[in-house]
Ligand binder design. Structure first.
Ligand code: CTP
Length: 402
């Protein structure tokens, strides 16, 4: 059986003595059915020649960002799109630092910035370099951005020292990559419907009521669902974010528009994730002309909006329905009450206020479902989204087994 059949692996090789093991790695990846394109940094070429990898991968090795000939065959952006996964092995301390800094100063860093595929690093370096606080900080930044670490292993090193910093063996890397792809494929063929961002409720032609939702959590979930192989429809309120490539995007403004868009799609969805901060109320009258200033108090009458989440969960063939709960206190109690009250399959609750939740790049979630719960500690929303999507996939498959 070929565990990596038709998977396109972009193997980045950077400057470290472990580069020699990557010849074996390429051979094993090919044995498992993967297509392998090797890109080498200048440092890597001090250890192994491109010809070695060319012979083993069956493709010309890419080394330069500015190469007329190579770019004519396949441009670097095209190559970044081609990859199902980028594996950098060995990943040197210098490469990790350049990636953490977001540099695009050679072909491999540029490919890593340009790709939407998952990036996995197999670090290999001297134990002191690995333990250096600079490297630790860079690794932390990259993990928060969703970069995956394979290893390093602990043991004897080429420099004569012992400790963490050894690159995983080729067989272990192939195994780790296989598991990564299995995880990536968890929602292949499933339709995931996600709402994101705030809604805007019209007061008059120039004014509206809204909230501080940035849409970042919903957009991160959209990306995580795409990474898991799902077909994703994103129904989004007005936000200042670029929608992830590959999702079908429906732009809406008001809660009523969001409800209509959601109900039009919910019948085809396998999973519904309500990450939008839908306004609970809209103006009872929306003024046709701009409301003029007067000396007295102005009163706006508000009427409740439909609860989209509850409507979806009440459908006869409801998708696996995941709600969010933003609470300022008694998180667990309120979240569990909403889980039961709205007949949800799962609820992801977070504390808001006092600098938490909205308008922040990070988040922490308490996730509840019938008979289980899990804490996702504070991390970048992208990382939290990946973890939440894994939980959703687990519970979704569990439910469908029964
Ligand atoms: N939601 C929705 N439609 C609404 C309001 C909220 O679909 N009109 C969804 C949100 O997308 C979120 C969940 O309901 O997934 C929870 O929203 P939240 O404001 O925490 O809870 P409410 O149900 O509004 O309850 P409360 O205001 O009492 O906390």
């Amino acid at each position: 059986m070929y565990n990596l059949a038709n998977k396109r692996v972009l193997l980045g090789v950077t400057g470290g003595i472990a580069a020699y093991k990557c010849a074996e790695l390429v051979r094993r990846l090919r044995e498992q059915g993967a297509e392998v394109q090797v890109a080498m940094t200048r440092g890597a070429r001090e250890f192994v020649t491109p010809l070695t990898f060319q012979a083993l991968s069956g493709r010309p090795v890419r080394t330069e960002l500015f190469s007329n000939e190579a770019e004519a065959a396949m441009g670097h952006i095209e190559l970044a799109r081609w990859a199902d996964c980028v594996l950098v092995a060995p990943a040197s301390a210098n490469f990790i630092a350049r990636l953490a800094a977001g540099l695009a100063d050679d072909l491999l860093t540029t490919l890593c910035l340009a790709t939407t595929a998952p990036i996995a690093l197999a670090p290999a370096m001297n134990v002191q370099m690995w333990n250096n606080p600079a490297t630790s900080a860079n690794v932390r930044v990259l993990k928060e951005r969703g970069v995956i670490l394979f290893g390093p292993a602990t043991g004897d090193q080429a420099c004569g020292e012992t400790g963490p910093g050894r690159m995983l063996e080729p067989g272990q890397l192939v195994e780790a990559l296989t598991l990564l792809f299995q995880r990536e494929d968890r929602l292949r063929g499933q339709c995931v419907l996600i709402t994101a961002g705030p809604t805007q409720e019209t007061i008059d032609p120039v004014r509206y009521i809204s909230n501080r939702s940035s849409g970042r959590m919903g957009y991160a979930l959209c990306k995580a669902a795409l990474n898991a192989g799902a077909e994703v429809t994103l129904i989004t309120g007005p936000v200042a974010l670029e929608p992830p490539a590959g999702a079908r995007v429906v732009q809406v403004r008001t809660a009523l528009e969001m409800r209509d868009a959601v109900m039009a799609e919910a019948g085809q969805a396998d999973i519904y994730i309500a990450a939008a901060a839908v306004a609970d109320y809209r103006c009872a009258e929306d003024a046709a002309t701009k409301i003029k200033k007067t000396a007295g108090i102005l009163t706006l009458r508000l009427t409740p909006n439909p609860d989209i989440l509850a409507e979806v969960a009440a459908l006869p063939r409801a998708p696996f329905t995941v709600g969010f709960a933003a609470e300022t206190e008694s998180l667990r109690e309120h979240a569990k009450a909403k889980l039961a009250g709205k007949h949800l399959d799962m609820i992801a609750a977070n504390l808001v206020g006092e600098g938490k939740g909205f308008e922040r790049p990070d988040n922490a979630l308490e996730v509840y479902w019938q008979g289980g719960e899990r804490s996702l500690p504070l991390a970048a929303k992208e990382r939290i989204a990946t973890q939440l999507m894994e939980l959703i996939a687990d519970r979704y498959h569990e439910k469908n087994k029964n």
